[in-house]
Design a protein around this ligand. Structure first.
Ligand SMILES: Cc1cc2nc3c(=O)[nH]c(=O)nc-3n(C[C@H](O)[C@H](O)[C@H](O)COP(=O)(O)OP(=O)(O)OC[C@H]3O[C@@H](n4cnc5c(N)ncnc54)[C@H](O)[C@@H]3O)c2cc1C
Length: 504
């Protein structure tokens, strides 16, 4: 194995130039660190500059049977950061492939390489005075569009279910061969960036949440800023009222009044973004009920937020009226805030680091100016499951997610994200301090218990990550996993791409 690696490193140096085959122990150690405990070692980091170099990297990996693991932004915080699922995988860092390849203002799309970040894409569109925007996420602005979309990430605004709004992938297979999806595979195809399906089986999904290829190009559909735009916010103190509000908002999502994502945040989530754990007044963890109640006094138990947009003020006023009626009787009545004159709102593509504060909730030092969760030893694990968009289903799933973290001494930090008129994501964040002994193990045990209990109740993971890599947390094997394994064996004969990544 060691001699295979030496030979592969030599070949990679030749292909990329020695400066782009990184062996610096500090850089490797940083890449081996996630927001929870991991044991995997990374022998080297490769930094290809273009698709041809990615192909060369994979051919060399295949020839020498050395495993590689791709990352684009490397900010997969809460799901494993840059740590590969298998020990001994070389990191394929795609950050240098960071070109914006095409933009069409009228048809509203952007074609990018995998290293392009949310910050970069937003700044690029703004500099050009574009009236379009790319859906952004609550995570790091330095996360990549492509890494996020491939994980089927969730955003803010009209294209919140991000993978629904991409097409024309260019993919390097584990053997180094190149394929393109949709019409992008036909030379000179005019509709490649605007037509998702292409001809024949739709291949795009095979490359998301998978280890079947490395994506080196993707087209994202943009949204247009609307002349009339409002953010809305209200707070709820009574659970029964909340579940009714979930049903009322679902009806508005289905009839088109609400076109963008809607967020339901519980008190603890809002608390953890606004401030750190109140050690001074509470002294111990987890947060006792009296402290939680005190915070709720001004805030309420749940906050509901989202945005409305319309082509003109008359239509906007109607939408506003319909929403206000649906949320009548809230603890803190619904308020509508006009967007800034240039439309620069998180619901219109402006990335921000604000939400990263929640990962510093249990830390004893304040979040730094440039948060970096791996470096700062923030303990952070996401558990995201799919729930039908009804009040009754949301209530049933939330009851589990409220109860289980407390059994492990953690606060239930919860959000319900409405990305479509039919489905909610119930997202639980387990935030802790990695510097406190025993907390890594406790949080992992909590994740296992929570994901298992939610699955038993019928609410399954939308996205797994490295925290789900042990037997107990993974879904059972079935026909679908067998099929993916057969595809994997066919496409990756040496098993060199992201080995250990689960096939479910
Ligand atoms: C406080 C906080 C808030 C967050 N909010 C959100 C949110 O609102 N929405 C959301 O979706 N996520 C959120 N996240 C999670 C995470 O930060 C994001 O999903 C982020 O977009 C990951 O992107 P990345 O570019 O860093 O991914 P990467 O680390 O580059 O990759 C993610 C995964 O995709 C694979 N991959 C990456 N690039 C390629 C490629 N080119 N080809 C094949 N496979 C590839 C990797 O192997 C890895 O498994 C949040 C995290 C935190 C800590």
């Amino acid at each position: 194995m060691a001699s295979n690696l030496e030979a592969a490193l030599e070949a990679w140096r030749e292909a990329l130039g020695p400066a782009h085959v990184v062996l610096d122990p500090e850089a490797l150690e940083a890449a081996e660190t996630a927001t929870f405990a991991t044991t995997q070692r990374i022998p080297a980091i490769l930094r290809p500059a273009d698709t041809a170099q990615v192909q060369a990297c994979l051919r060399i990996a295949q020839a020498h049977r050395v495993p590689v693991y791709p990352v684009s932004g490397g900010r997969n915080w809460g799901y494993g950061s840059r740590v590969p699922p298998g020990d001994g995988s070389v990191l394929l860092d795609l950050g240098r492939l960071n070109r914006i390849l095409e933009h069409d203002e009228q048809l509203a799309y952007l074609t990018v390489e995998p290293g392009v970040t949310f910050r970069q894409a937003h700044a690029w569109l703004r500099e050009r005075g574009s009236s379009t925007f790319i859906t952004t996420i609550g995570g790091s602005p330095d996360a990549s569009l492509v890494g996020n979309a491939l994980e089927r990430g969730d955003g803010r605004g009209p294209n919140a279910d991000i993978f629904q709004h991409v097409c024309a992938l260019e993919v390097v297979l584990p053997t180094g061969e190149l394929v393109e999806t949709g019409h992008a595979r036909f030379p000179g195809a005019r509709a490649a960036p605007v037509f998702r399906w292409g001809l024949g089986p739709v291949l795009d999904g095979l490359f998301s949440q998978s280890s079947l290829g490395v994506v080196t190009r993707m087209t994202f559909w943009l949204s247009r800023k609307q002349p009339w735009f409002r953010e809305f916010f209200c707070a709820v103190n009574d659970d029964a009222w909340l579940w009714d509000a979930v049903d009322r908002l679902q009806a508005l999502a289905l009839d088109g009044t609400l076109k963008g994502s809607v967020f339901f945040w519980n008190d603890l989530k809002a608390f953890s973004v606004a401030q750190q754990y109140p050690y001074a007044s509470v002294g111990r963890t987890p947060l006792p009920d009296w402290a939680r109640d005190r915070f709720r006094e001004g805030f309420g138990r749940w906050a509901i937020s989202g945005s409305l947009s319309a082509p003109d003020a008359d239509i906007g006023a109607l939408l506003e009226k319909r929403l206000a009626r649906a949320l009548e009787g809230a603890f803190r009545p619904v308020t509508f805030t006009p967007g800034p004159p240039d439309g620069e709102s998180p619901f219109q593509g402006v990335p921000s680091e604000n939400n990263l504060a929640m990962a510093y909730w249990r830390k004893r030092t304040p979040p730094p100016e440039s948060p970096h969760l791996d470096r700062d030893r923030c303990g952070f694990i996401w558990c995201s499951v799919a729930v039908p968009f009804t009040g009754a289903e949301a209530k049933r799933a939330v009851e589990i997610a409220e109860r289980v973290p407390r059994l492990f001494g953690l606060e239930p930090n919860l959000a319900l994200l409405a990305l479509s008129p039919r489905c909610l994501y119930l997202v639980t964040a387990l935030a802790y301090d990695r510097d406190v002994r025993g907390e890594d193990a406790r949080a992992q045990a909590c994740y296992r218990a929570l994901s298992r209990e939610l699955a038993q109740a019928g609410y399954h993971l939308t996205r797994s990550g490295l925290q789900a890599r042990d037997e107990e947390a993974l879904p059972e094997r079935d026909g679908a996993t067998e099929l993916v394994d057969r595809l994997k064996a066919a496409l990756d004969p040496g098993g060199i791409l992201a080995p250990g990544r689960s096939s479910s």
